[in-house]
Write a protein that binds this ligand. Sequence first.
Ligand code: NAD
Length: 323
Amino acid sequence: MRILVTGGAGFIGSHYVRTLLGTDGPETVTVLDKLTYAGNPANLDTVRGSDRFAFVQGDVCDAGLVGELVAAHDQVVHFAAESHVDRSILGADAFVRTNVVGTQTLLDAALRRRATFVYVSTDEVYGSIAEGSWPETDPLSPNSPYAASKAAGDLLALSYHRTHGLDVRVTRCSNNYGPHHFPEKVIPLFITNLLDGLKVPLYGDGLNVRDWLHVDDHVRGIELVRTAGRPGEVYNIGGGTELSNRELTDLLLEALGADESSIAYVEDRKGHDRRYSVDWSKIEKELGYRPAKDFTTGLAETVDWYRDNRAWWEPLKAGVRAL
Ligand code: NAD
């Protein structure tokens, strides 16, 4: 089984590749990654020596390169994306290019090859929900340019199944956390700020709610969908820990020995979705998925990882500040 993993130098993609190659499996993996600011070759250091691993630096919008690569693989697991909502508010151009045009470029190549296509989508495509949780059948109603570009890719992927019968499977997960997470996202940003004795910028009233999913659990969910999911189906993947940003901040302050005085309330993100909540009973019933990582343990391990790996995040953070 030859798998092309796009965006495999990023947070979740690299975790997926390290997990897949960390066991004696039949899979070989080629990572296609443009190495944008979010792609980090160091995330793949532990698998670089494997004879089941290859790395290609390139753009998912490059139809020639994508065509050649997909032709030599059986399956595509598509993580590559511009992934930061705040950046999409500042400018949506790269989001439309990579998340929409890049996805369509990959889908066309997968269609020619008849390769199975796993599209890693997000709960943000559903919009915002005050109560209850979204089943996969709910209509998509994205609000940020990031979410809209992911929804476009998600719907395109499903259209290639419905129109052409391509084996497409879509996963929609909640907020991931864990090691190797780029320090512009809330958990690694807050941890690294607190490690440096800085304040943490909390948006608005801090009452926006997210469901937290450990990256180990997400990767397990994706593997269940890749290996046992049904073509044309969407699977929500949740973590089972809903917290307001204020509650999350309090846990991080406590873990790092800080108090409320380290919070800087800042102007809310434009169009900030209030609450996300996916109903993940479908993947539980069909594929036996359940999140296994308890949030308290997962968060403590994540804090320890950032404490122990300053050399990984310090240069990235300096680069972000210089933007
Ligand atoms: P990330 O930003 O850490 O990594 C994205 C990777 O894609 C980087 O390695 C980057 O270099 C690469 N990339 C970007 N543009 C590219 C292009 N044009 N061609 C090739 N490679 C390109 O993102 P992540 O957090 O690992 O997210 C992975 C996927 O999961 C994304 O599709 C994202 O939308 C989705 N997702 C993430 C979360 C989350 O909480 N992080 C939640 C839901 C869904």
